[in-house]
Design a protein around this ligand. Structure first.
Ligand code: HEC
Length: 154
């Protein structure tokens, strides 16, 4: 490829919003993508927590939609989001601790626990406030168990 064609394809990729890895910041695309999935998890957990606490009124459709989204996000295949060398010791802009790559089986088991808790919430969320409350502890602890082990504290 000529330099001009390379530049053109980079421009096209940028215009499409396709991440192009920048040499000075490796794995930026992967890091932003995985942080994006966690943001979406937290965004959808919000209404369930609000209802459980009584801050917002229980609404079956809203609870079900939030739980459906969490179940979908928790089922995403993770492999490409966690390239070796994208930890806090190697790059900036991440809170992913290097321990993740020391024991990937354990990390994936924690993702599986999240998925199972999300599927249980998906069954319960539309049935009533008790259903949301009943599953929230398991779901919330699936998040915090992994954060305690593998996310750098702020
Ligand atoms: C298997 C491990 C694991 C599970 C389960 C998990 N997280 Fe995380 N989470 C992480 C790691 C690691 C990071 C840091 C990612 C990074 O900065 O590259 C993170 C980052 C985040 C962030 C910050 C994202 C940002 O903007 O940088 C939020 C919010 C978050 N998680 C919410 C949640 C919620 C809510 C759940 C449960 C519904 C959850 N996480 C489940 C490991 C996990």
């Amino acid at each position: 490829m000529t330099v001009k064609r390379v530049l053109t394809s980079v421009a096209v990729a940028a215009a499409l919003g396709v991440g192009v890895a920048l040499a000075d910041q490796p794995f930026q695309t992967e890091i932003e993508a995985r942080q994006g999935q966690f943001k979406l998890l937290a965004f959808n957990l919000g209404p369930l927590v609000g209802m459980a606490r009584g801050d917002i009124e229980y609404d079956a459709a809203t609870a079900q939609a939030a739980a459906d989204n969490i179940a979908a996000i928790a089922s995403l295949q993770q492999d490409r989001l966690w390239p070796a060398g994208s930890d806090t010791d190697s790059v900036s802009g991440t809170r992913a601790l290097p321990e993740i790559w020391d024991d990937t089986d354990d990390v994936m088991a924690k993702f599986e626990a999240l998925r199972e808790a999300a599927l249980a919430m998906q069954q319960a969320a539309g049935t009533g406030l008790d259903g949301v409350r009943g599953q929230l502890r398991t779901l919330g602890s699936a998040c915090s168990t992994c954060h305690d082990a593998y996310r750098e504290p702020q």
